[in-house]
Design a protein around this ligand. Structure first.
Ligand code: G4P
Length: 199
């Protein structure tokens, strides 16, 4: 998605060979116009599916997912990383380990919001090692619902998340695919040009 690549190019910041900072438009300050277009792009990529719910994980997955769910006119559910005070029972849970943050969260979704009739589009902001998405898939399966596919805003293609999810049999649509963050540069996959991000 060209507009997203431009935002990454112009507003992103390469923190290290493994980490891209995008807090100017995606995961701290949010560019709502860009999020709206991201939502539309997800809808067009999954228009062949009869999606009934969008599922993400707090917190940075919520903004792009909200826009997609709004365009699809279906509810958005976000998995919680910390159990809510009011979620005492009847929950689906899955354990998600983050390599980037070196922490494990027990993610939870209320059983009230997913049922076997649902066809769920899973959306997240980053795809790195795939653990968050695999945890969300696990929750959809526990509910007996179907996974329509996985929508990712920024995929770090040099990490193994996509392979894990595809090997598990799911479709992944990423709006920006990053091949490398070496030398403080963002190189997009399948792009003829190398986009430089100012240090
Ligand atoms: P995985 O789910 O694909 O296995 O990824 P990983 O454990 O490595 O990532 C866990 C968290 O780190 C996620 O945020 C993810 O969005 C974030 N993350 C991973 N790589 C990058 C990166 O290059 N840049 C930025 N900015 N974030 C990255 P989270 O814990 O869910 O946090 P949040 O959603 O509450 O912000």
């Amino acid at each position: 998605m060209e507009e997203l690549q431009k935002a990454i190019q112009e507003k992103g910041f390469v923190l290290s060979e493994g980490v891209l900072k995008v807090d100017r438009f995606l995961n701290h300050q949010i560019d709502t116009n860009l999020m709206m277009n991201i939502g539309k792009e997800f809808v067009s990529r999954f228009q062949d599916c009869k999606i009934t719910k969008v599922l993400t994980i707090e917190s940075s997955g919520i903004a792009p997912s909200f826009m997609a769910a709004n365009q699809l006119d279906v509810p958005l559910i976000f998995a919680r990383k910390k159990k809510s005070l009011t979620m005492t029972h009847d929950i689906y849970t899955s354990s998600v380990h983050s390599y980037t943050k070196q922490e494990t969260n027990q993610i939870t979704v209320s059983k009230n919001f997913l049922s076997p009739d649902d066809c769920v589009l899973i959306i997240d902001d980053f795809l790195a090692h795939g653990n968050a998405v695999l945890g969300l898939i696990d929750i959809v399966k526990q509910a007996g619902a179907a996974v329509a596919g996985i929508g990712i805003v920024i995929e770090k293609s040099f990490q193994d998340g996509r392979a894990k999810i595809e090997n598990a049999g799911y479709r992944v649509e990423s709006l920006a695919r990053i091949q490398s963050l070496r030398d403080s540069k963002v190189t997009f996959l399948n792009e003829w040009n190398v986009k430089e991000v100012q240090q």
